[in-house]
Design a protein around this ligand. Structure first.
Ligand code: PMP
Length: 398
C-alpha cells in the first residue's frame, strides 16, 4: 500500500468538484485590506477575517518595519529554549492590562494557544464538555490532552446542563469549552446562561474569543465583556490572526497560576515563538482597538448592512447579524458554482463544505471588515442578488 493510498476517497471527492475549487486559491496581489487580485481579476475581499481592517494600518506597518530592522526576521527558536524577546513580554503585559486579568501567555498561533492550554489542562483524568460547533483546534486540543470528551448540542444550554448533571460530582471539575462568535454561522454563545449553569453545578469555563476579540464589548475585549460575565470566564483564548491582523495567539486568566503552563505546555515549549515584527504590529493593533472604538462601530454598521441586504435578497443566513455571515446553500456543487460566479462578479468569499460545516450544510461564508466602504458592501449584495437566477449559476459553474 502506498503512503498516500488512504487519501483515495478524499482525492476522488475533490476531483468531482472540478479543477477550479477554492482549496489552494491564490490571491496574487493585495491592494488594501478589502481589495486584491485573483486570476487577473480585481476582487473585493469578503472572506479574510480582517475584521478591523488593520493589516495595512500605517502605524502597524511602521512598527513592524522598525522591529524588522532592530530585531531581525525571526526568533529562530522557542521562548523556553532561546528566551523571550522584549516585545513578547511587553505584549503580555499590555494584554494583562487591557483584559484586566493577572496572567497572559502569548503563543505562536491561535491553534497552538488552544493546543497549549486546553491540551495541557484537559489531561486523561479530566472530562471536557464542548459545544458541538467548536473549532477543530479545540477538538484537536482535547484529543492531545486525552480527556474524556462530551459534546453538547450547539448553543443548547439545557443539553449542557443535562450532561453535567449526569456527571454527578465530576461536573465540579469539568472543563466547559465554547466560543464567543462561532466561526461558521457567526452566532454567539449564550454565555450568561452557561455561566448560570456553572454557578450551580461547578466546572471551569474556557471561551475562545478568536472571532469576537476586538469585535464585541464596550472596550473590544469580546463576548464575555459584552455580556458582563468576564469574571466568570476562567480562561479567555484568542488569536492575533483576525482583528489584530497578524499571526499568533494568547490565553488570559484571572488566576496568576496559569503562568505555570509555561513549564508544562509542550505547544508553548517546543515551537518557535512569534516573529518580533508580528508582535510589534499586534501591539500597534491592540492600541488601535483601545483608542479607535469607531473601527468597531464601523464594522457593525457594515455587518448589519450586508446581513440585511442578503436577507432581503432572499438568502437563508445564519441566525444573527454578525461580522461572520453564513449563506446556506443546497449542495457542495451549488456552493462551488456560486463561489466561482461570485469571483467572476468581483467578490471573494469563503466556500466551506461538509464535514467542516455544522449539520453538513454547504456554506458561503462572508466576513465583513471595518475597512469595507458602504459602496463595497452594496457591490457584494448586488453580486449575490444577481445570482438568485439559477441560469447564472449553471452557465458560470459549468
Ligand atoms: N479558534 C477559532 C475559533 C478559530 O476560528 C481559529 C482560526 N480560524 C483558531 C482558533 C486558530 O487561530 P489561528 O489562525 O491563529 O491559528
Amino acid at each position: 500500500m502506498g503512503l498516500f493510498d488512504k487519501f483515495g476517497k478524499l482525492a476522488a471527492e475533490r476531483a468531482s468538484l472540478s479543477d477550479s475549487h477554492p482549496f489552494g486559491i491564490r490571491i496574487d496581489e493585495m491592494y488594501s485590506p478589502t481589495e486584491g487580485s485573483i486570476q487577473g481579476k480585481r476582487v473585493i475581499l469578503a472572506g479574510t477575517n480582517n475584521y478591523l481592517g488593520l493589516t495595512f494600518d500605517p502605524d502597524g506597518i511602521k512598527a513592524a518595519q522598525r522591529s524588522l530592522e532592530l530585531e531581525g526576521t525571526g526568533t529562530t527558536g522557542s521562548r523556553m529554549a532561546n528566551g523571550s524577546y522584549a516585545g513578547h513580554s511587553a505584549l503580555e503585559e499590555e494584554l494583562v492590562d487591557f483584559l484586566g486579568r493577572r496572567s497572559v501567555i502569548v503563543f505562536s498561533t491561535g491553534y497552538v494557544a488552544n493546543l497549549g492550554v486546553i491540551g495541557t489542562l484537559a489531561s486523561a483524568r479530566e472530562v471536557v464538555l464542548l459545544d458541538a460547533d467548536c473549532h477543530a483546534s479545540i477538538y484537536d486540543a482535547c484529543k492531545l490532552g486525552g480527556a474524556e470528551i462530551i459534546r453538547f448540542r450547539h448553543n443548547d444550554v439545557a443539553d449542557l446542563e443535562r450532561r453535567m448533571v449526569r456527571l454527578g460530582d465530576r461536573a465540579r471539575e469539568a472543563i466547559i469549552l465554547v466560543e464567543g462568535i462561532y466561526s461558521m454561522l457567526g452566532d454567539q454563545a449564550p454565555l450568561r446562561e452557561i455561566v448560570e449553569v456553572k454557578r450551580r453545578l461547578g466546572g471551569y469555563l474556557l471561551v475562545d474569543e478568536a472571532h469576537s476579540f476586538g469585535v464585541l464589548g464596550a472596550k473590544g475585549r469580546g463576548l464575555a465583556e459584552e455580556l458582563g460575565v468576564d469574571s466568570e470566564v476562567d480562561i479567555l483564548l484568542g488569536t492575533f490572526s483576525k482583528s489584530l491582523g497578524a499571526v499568533g495567539g494568547f490565553a488570559a486568566c484571572h488566576d496568576a497560576q496559569m503562568d505555570l503552563l509555561r513549564y508544562a505546555s509542550r505547544p508553548y515549549i517546543f515551537t518557535a515563538s512569534p516573529a518580533p515584527s508580528a508582535i510589534a504590529s499586534v501591539r500597534s493593533a491592540l492600541k488601535a482597538i483601545k483608542e479607535r472604538p469607531e473601527l468597531r462601530r464601523q464594522l457593525w454598521t457594515n455587518a448589519r448592512r450586508l446581513y440585511q441586504g442578503l436577507a432581503e435578497s432572499g438568502y437563508q443566513l445564519g441566525p444573527q447579524a454578525s461580522p461572520v455571515i453564513a449563506v446556506m446553500l443546497k449542495s457542495p456543487h451549488e456552493g462551488l458554482a456560486f463561489w466561482r460566479a461570485l469571483i467572476e462578479k468581483g467578490v471573494y468569499v469563503n466556500l466551506v463544505l461538509p464535514p467542516a460545516t455544522p449539520g453538513a450544510v454547504t456554506l458561503i461564508r462572508c466576513s465583513v471588515s471595518a475597512a469595507h466602504t458602504p459602496e463595497q458592501i452594496d457591490q457584494i449584495i448586488e453580486a449575490f442578488a444577481s445570482l438568485r437566477s439559477p441560469v447564472d449559476l449553471v452557465t458560470v459553474g459549468a
